[in-house]
Design a binder for this molecule. Structure first.
Ligand SMILES: O=C(O)[C@H](O)[C@@H](O)[C@H](O)[C@H](O)COP(=O)(O)O
Length: 259
């Protein structure tokens, strides 16, 4: 795992624009090198704003959308098309507006899907899809995602990994969460080993309510108490912040600020 680099942008809008631009560059670079790329999406305001900025950017034409695998880091276990599903937000912000290959867009199961309403079974199905997509060189049960994005909650949760909950001890790649402290209570989430299989992990945080979680996530805390502290990529970890979210950075953390 790599020590994180921190980039601080003036405000949430600039953070979203800069992250969208970074995403284009990363996907184009990977596609040029290997033909296809894989990304993992997050819900939340900032993550969705990044997708909307990407949709609005002329640079999106540089991406070969047909050769992009799209996964999700977590999902609220709700009926298909529900406005609170992360999938719904991502489709509206970006995926409905670009020429993705539908077979390569892999939302987590919905509670009314063909596989039934059992979240544990749904988590197992998602894990099976990840396992099928993993190649021998990935050396594990999930692909080495090229970019995995994560929002962070004021309580330091990432994906649907909430502090002290059993999912943080689970070694399976994908698990169901019941009784999440933030509604809806039933969710599906990648676990930390799956997150840490990504080549690059980008933590996106805006607003002063995230400042404590960001500081704890960069201060050597344990991921069971502070899940964002476990958000680390194999090759690179970026904390992409706005100024209020960066207000309590620990000393000595690299900090590259936008004017
Ligand atoms: O499932 C959820 O409840 C949200 O997706 C959540 O995990 C979100 O990503 C973070 O709380 C950051 O949200 P914001 O970017 O809106 O602050």
């Amino acid at each position: 795992m790599t020590p994180p680099a921190v980039l601080v942008h003036r405000d949430q809008e600039l953070l979203a624009k800069a992250a969208a631009a970074r995403l284009v560059t990363r996907i184009v670079d990977v596609q040029a090198a290997r033909g296809s790329a894989s990304i993992v999406l997050t819900g939340g305001g900032v993550g969705t704003a990044v997708l909307a900025e990407l949709a609005a950017s002329g640079a999106r034409e540089a991406i070969d959308w047909r050769h992009l695998d799209i996964w999700w880091g977590d999902e609220r276990f709700l009926p298909s098309g529900h406005p609170e599903r992360n999938e719904t937000g991502a489709r509206e912000a970006l995926l409905d507006h670009v020429d993705v290959d539908p077979a390569r867009v892999r939302p987590m199961p919905a509670s009314d899907g063909p596989g039934g309403s059992d979240p544990e079974a749904a988590a197992d199905r998602y894990a099976a899809g990840l396992r099928a997509a993993a190649r021998p060189e990935d050396h594990g049960p999930v692909p080495s995602f090229d970019v995995l994005m994560l929002g962070v909650g004021p309580d330091a949760h990432v994906a649907s990994l909430f502090p002290e909950m059993p999912a943080l001890y689970d070694e399976r790649p994908v698990v169901a969460v019941r009784g999440a402290p933030k509604p809806p209570p039933t969710r599906i989430t990648l676990t930390l080993p799956s997150i840490q299989a990504a080549r690059e992990v980008w933590v996106l945080a805006a607003g002063g309510s995230k400042a404590t979680a960001v500081r704890m996530g960069l201060s050597g805390a344990g991921p069971v108490q502070v899940p964002v502290a476990g958000a680390r990529g194999r090759q690179r970890t970026l904390f992409l912040l706005d100024r209020p979210a960066a207000a309590q950075l620990p000393p000595g953390i690299e900090r590259i600020a936008s004017p």
